[in-house]
Structures are given as C-alpha cells and as structure tokens.
Design a protein around this ligand. Structure first.
Ligand SMILES: C[S@@+](CC[C@H](N)C(=O)[O-])C[C@H]1O[C@@H](n2cnc3c(N)ncnc32)[C@H](O)[C@@H]1O
Length: 287
C-alpha cells in the first residue's frame, strides 16, 4: 500500500518541479488587462479586504525571503537607513520586506505612501511598530511626481509596478533616478503560463483566509460568507501576472536619459520552491 502512495507523492512532486520549466511563457506578450479591485465601482470596504488578503498571503508565503539578502546589500551600498515605499496599498508588503531584511541583517525605517493613502491602516501599522520605524505620508503621493526625501533616500515598489503602463512606468523610474539614491521594484511573480495558471488556481484559498491569518468579521464577510474576494483574487492575480514586465522589458524602460545616473540590475528570485518573483534594482552610480 505504501509504495503506490510514495510513487504518487513522487510523481506529484516531480510534476510540481517540472511544470515551471515546461510551461515557461517564452514569447508570452505583456497584456494590460483590467484588475477588478482598481475599478471605481468596487466599494472601498471590499477593496481594503482584498488588499489585506493580498498582503497577508505575501507574508504567509514568505515571498521576499529569497530577495532580502540582495535588498540588504543594496541598502548597504547606498548607505540608506530609510526607505520610502511607493504605492503602499495596505502597507503590508513593506512590513514583510522590512522583517525579512532584518533577518538578513539590516532593518530599514519605512515611510508608507500611496496615491490614495489608506491613512487609517497606515496609522495602525505606525502604532504597532517600534517608535520611528514606520511613518507615513497622509497626503496623496504620486510615484511619477515626487520630491527627494533626505531621510528616505531609497525607494521600494512592491507588487505594484505592473499597474503602470509603459509610459507611466518610465516616468516612475525617471522620477526615482532624479529624486532618490536607489529604487527596488519587486513583483512576486514572473510573466509565464505557470504563474498565470497557478495564481488563478490559488484564488479559492482566499475562502479560508480569515481562518489562517486571523479572524475578523470583515474578512469573514467578504472572503467566506459572501465570497466576492475569491473570484476577485483569482482574476486579479492572473491579470497581474500577465501585466508583469519581463527583465528585458524592465531594462528597456530604464533606457532613457534620466535613468543613466543609476546602475540597474534585473532578475528573478525563487520562493516556495516553485514560484519566482521579478526584480529591478537600481542605485546611483558612485562618482
Ligand atoms: C496592488 S495595489 C497595492 C500594492 C501594495 N504594495 C501591496 O502589495 O499591497 C497598487 C497601489 O498602487 C497605488 N497607485 C496607483 N497609481 C499610483 C501612483 N501614480 N502613485 C502612487 N501610488 C499609486 C494604488 O492606489 C494602489 O494602492
């Protein structure tokens, strides 16, 4: 009895390991589809639970663990204690990255910001962090038109860069190269069929989210009782993967005069064995 079962486990394991290689989306075009949670008709309460579930799952999956040592190296090279997180959403991924950077050797102070800041959530994160570790911009901060912040010379954009179409994405990068010493753009996926299909399949997991990451009635209402988050999670995750820039496309975006002052690196990192993230990390070139 034990042998067939062991064989099945082995086959399943081999399939999991081989699938990313087999279905890698060579030549898969970037498509800027519609993410439901961005739509103005989606009530703010549902959007906030969605962003909450999105950041909770990133934390539970430890998505930034594999890239944290590279992030710490980058912080050391530009000698930055403070990071301005752009497009923070619920702020969760910035906290996750700060925790994982701490495990890798250096915890930066974080300043949260967004074009539509969730001030209530930012206040909550600032209150629960050690004094001064987490601060926030209460006013809208547009990632394409910012100012330099001396106390926060480094910038991050986490799980959000795919929201920008190429023209805006170029402006975000030019703005960072003018007004900061470095930017790390981390997307917790890469654009290929493996990620598109598996992320769609992970949607139903959000049904049990209130029971795996802390119960609140609001989470229970929208994830489990009236589970609108389930299709939203499946659709938006897949659309996000299809919107993700490849490393080659990221290098094309920084191929512009404003970005010449920076050195740029692109690549992927691995998490949970079978998933990969995509990064673009830039830093001001030393004279
Ligand atoms: C996927 S969401 C949240 C990403 C967040 N880092 C996370 O993983 O939870 C993308 C965020 O980008 C913000 N955003 C969109 N355009 C922006 C802009 N031009 N400047 C700053 N933030 C922007 C949206 O308000 C939204 O909160």
């Amino acid at each position: 009895m034990a042998a067939p079962r062991a064989r099945r486990v082995l086959v399943a394991h081999a399939a999991m390991c081989l699938a990313p290689i087999l279905v890698k989306g060579k030549g898969m075009r970037r498509r800027h589809g519609i993410e439901l949670h961005e739509q103005p008709w989606v009530p703010a309460g549902i959007r906030n639970v969605f962003r909450d579930a999105l950041s909770g799952t990133q934390r539970l999956a430890g998505v930034y663990e594999g890239i944290a040592p590279r992030v710490v190296e980058w912080l050391n090279e530009i000698d930055a204690d403070g990071v301005l997180d752009l497009c923070s959403g619920s702020g969760g991924p910035a906290m996750t990255l700060a925790d994982q950077a701490e495990s890798a050797g250096r915890r930066p102070r974080v300043r949260l910001s967004d074009l539509f800041p969730d001030v209530e959530r930012f206040e909550q994160l600032a209150r629960t962090a050690a004094t001064g570790d987490v601060t926030f911009e209460a006013e809208p901060l547009d990632a394409t038109a910012s100012v330099r912040m001396e106390d926060f010379p480094a910038r991050t954009i986490l799980a959000a860069f795919h929201h920008f179409e190429p023209e805006l994405a170029r402006r975000v990068l030019a703005d960072a190269a003018r007004n900061s010493d470095g930017i790390a753009i981390l997307e917790p996926f890469r654009r290929d069929w493996w990620h598109a299909l598996t992320f769609a399949g992970l949607g139903p997991l959000s049904f049990i989210y209130p029971f795996i990451d802390g119960f609140t009635w609001r989470r229970f209402l929208w994830c489990t009782a009236l589970p609108v988050i389930v299709p939203m999670f499946a659709i938006d995750s897949t659309v996000s993967v299809l919107r993700c820039y490849s490393p080659e496309e990221l290098l094309e975006l920084v191929d512009q005069p404003d970005c010449e002052a920076f050195d740029w690196q692109v690549g992927h990192w691995r998490y949970l064995l079978v998933f990969q993230g995509t990064y673009l990390i830039g830093q001001r070139r030393k004279e």
